[in-house]
Write a protein that binds this ligand. Sequence first.
Ligand code: HEM
Length: 486
Amino acid sequence: MDLISATFFTLTALLVSFCLHFLLHIIKYTVGSGSGGGVASLPPGKTGWPVIGESLEFLSTGWKGHPEKFVFDRMAKYSSQVFRTHLLGEKAAVFCGANGNKFLFSNENKLVQSWWPVSVNKVFPSSTQTSSKEEAIRMRKMLPNFLKPEALRRYIGTMDRIAQRHFTDQWENKKEIIVFDLAKSYTFWLACRVFLSVEDPKHVARFADPFNALASGLIGIPVDLPWTPFNRAIKASKYIRKELVLIIRRRKIELAEGEALPSQDILSHMLVTGDEDGKFMDEMEIADKILGLLVGGHDTASSTCTLIVKYLAELPEIYVGVYNEQMEIANGKTPGELLNWDDIQKMKYSWNVACEVLRLSPPLQGAFREALADFVYNGFSIPKGWKIYWSASSTHRNPEIFPEPEKLDPSRFEGTGPAPYTFVPFGGGPRMCPGKEYARLEILVFMHHLVKRFRCEKIIPDEKIVVNPMPIPAKGLPVRLYPHKA
Ligand code: HEM
């Protein structure tokens, strides 16, 4: 065989084998159906534009204030259980309803694992990427230890003290304020104190700027050039990690010399607590965990606190319910006595109101998973490597689950509350938000101080809510404050 024939033969063989492979792939994913016993087809849906897929529709429904529209339009058009799309450069399926949530939350590290968009991983590299999968799972398991109710009880007095100072310095003696700015300042100050014992407002401010840079870069376009927000976010995350490692080293010495208490904050708790095998986290692991907590809690709880103020201003009868509950607790205290665990347990109505706000406006609209293997869900094939999104609004805004879904009705949370896997602002399963209990405490302490002092009136009655990526009133919710008469 001469060279030309040999080349022709090889190319033809390659082409035929490529076509066969392609054909088999198509057959595997599009022919037959799960219910018919053949190979399952991909979920119904469309993949949108090349490269960007349906990302624009996905994001823009949020910018317009209706993130649920992306999901509900496709649930109506394709399937109420699962549909196919293409998001953030990835082939994806959206699992809907309580069944979808249950499936994903129960199959973590079996069929699926947590996945974050590339931009998040780059700005926020953590031991999850650098250590083995088993190590990452072990580390993730340790986190809730530091944030479970028993561990957090001891910080309620501290939270109350910080909240008092915050309201005295930033709310009192003001006629008008921008709620989101102040809510952010409250949650960030609290986190600095409870995680790191950093309490001095000047020291807190030194952290606040890089954190704002980090948070805005995380949600931006991931282009790493010197002037981009993404680049500033990467730099900010490096700066914060360095600062955290310095604080950790100093704290180790202080603990050894008896100048710091093992119970004074979450950092000390992490340094003195080992896992079930007696293994301790190293400095970098602790810095990662604290950074993760500070980022995870950065705008989430402040978004909820802001929207609570919005609803309390709009719904006087709900305000009165919260006010009565909180004043009963306040009136039962001796002067200077701080809030404690029992007081928090009495704030049932207030928490039901907060849950309704979390149902109507969850800070995170959902989260991604990645398929670890090919599997069939609801008769449809999900290929290995596909990204899967669960969406809170697919249940939160579903009238069959929550009748009159637009209405804020705290009674939905009385008794046994919503059915399992329908109310999921914090996710579920092993990947459920580790800051859930911490968020509950800071939100309730915030509500206590707010209603004890003021009634609020919205300055822009029809202010739009923008979801980018957290729901926030477009102008930050300017309100007029009406202090209660002494
Ligand atoms: C109202 C407040 C909050 C809401 C609604 C919320 C919600 C969520 C949700 C939905 C997830 C994703 C779960 C998933 O992947 O399925 C998450 C993850 C996370 N949250 Fe929160 N969160 C809140 C506050 C906080 C706070 C205050 C902290 C820190 C103290 C925190 C720390 C984290 C961390 C570290 C993760 C990542 C966990 C992981 O990947 O394993 N969150 N949160």
